[in-house]
Design a protein around this ligand. Sequence first.
Ligand code: MN
Length: 418
Amino acid sequence: MQLTSFLKIDEDSDFSIYNLPFGIFSGPKITPRPGIAIGNNIVHLAALAKAGLLHDAGDLYMEELQSPVLNPLISLGPDVWKKMRTRVQNLFLDKNRKMWGAVRPDSVLVSMNDCRMHLPMAIGDYTDFYSSENHAANVGAMFRDPQNPLLPNWKHIPVGYHGRSSSIVVSGTNFPRPKGQIKPPTAEIPSFGASRQMDMELETGFIISEKTNLGSSIDVKDAEDYIFGMVLFNDWSARDIQSWEYVPLGPFLGKNFCSSMSPWIVTMDALKPFRVPMPKDQEPAILPYLQQKKRWTYDIQLEAEMVLHDGQRKVITRTNQKHLYWSMNQQLAHHTVNGCPMKVGDLLASGTISGPTPDSLGCLLEITKRGQNPIEFENGVTRTFMEDGDSMILRGYCEKEGMRVGFGEVKGTVLPAV
Ligand code: MN
């Protein structure tokens, strides 16, 4: 269905009338609070409620609409935030100008240029999966055994690890290069120093919308009812620290120095038109608690652009959410099958998303084959991993039949070690 807004929204805007993602913004004389992105503007939800235009959705929830994190709003439940988003969509449709009465639409809009975006929620816990078969196989071949790149459990379990929510930052936050123990394959013993293999990981993440109790599990068929929406996620990784420390308990200090997320949470309602089926049968057969009658994912086009400290820039990979082997439902069902409780605002990330082709790999480790094939820029400049002052920008969007639903971007710059 074609929707037209009376607002001027660029055709290639990520934040079309179909999208309307939630985020936390602050602006001129506005403390951090929830907003909805539309074109180059942010709908100031508390102002909209004050103007009496959120009706049953907004007026009653002024406290939640002035909170510096989305958790209280999300905790009100899907009935509230779904209605709120639909209401905003209706208000900005061409045919509904009358709904505004005497209120001027620009009185509830703030230009994105005048705003700062904040981490959208208080993240209680953060988990990162490892759900791309191409990524797991490529890394397994490099770190372990090219003949048997996948470990025996990989096609039975959505493998993951627990990260640290304390080091998750919003797009635009820069961070110092991490230091740690490093042992090159040729060295006898480890040495201490700044990482020389600073990598990124192109991922998406989803945010939990409903708490579950200790001892309870989420059924695989209902799992999406527990998801508020999705973000872009860069799980920065220090490969030299990681490759020495990860045996036998998995990633630790090579990962938890910084992870970056995009500020706008795209709702599952906005993503629904871009659902695509996943292969029905997984081989070998999986256990019943992971089986879905219909498995689906989302056709989200993803890319990473590297910006060097000398200003050169290049899109170094293009991939897609649909390349993942495990669905979000399966990830969430697996995460809770043992009774692990979920909290509102928890973040679960996909793991590096690599496609099947050499131009669709989700991290520098894979793109450069652990430094063997440098990426070439102009004037003989090359990169294997990130140098100080280099930035990475991840972008993602869905597009079909004139509808565009995008995530904006997540950007971070590696600063010198301190
Ligand atoms: Mn990761």
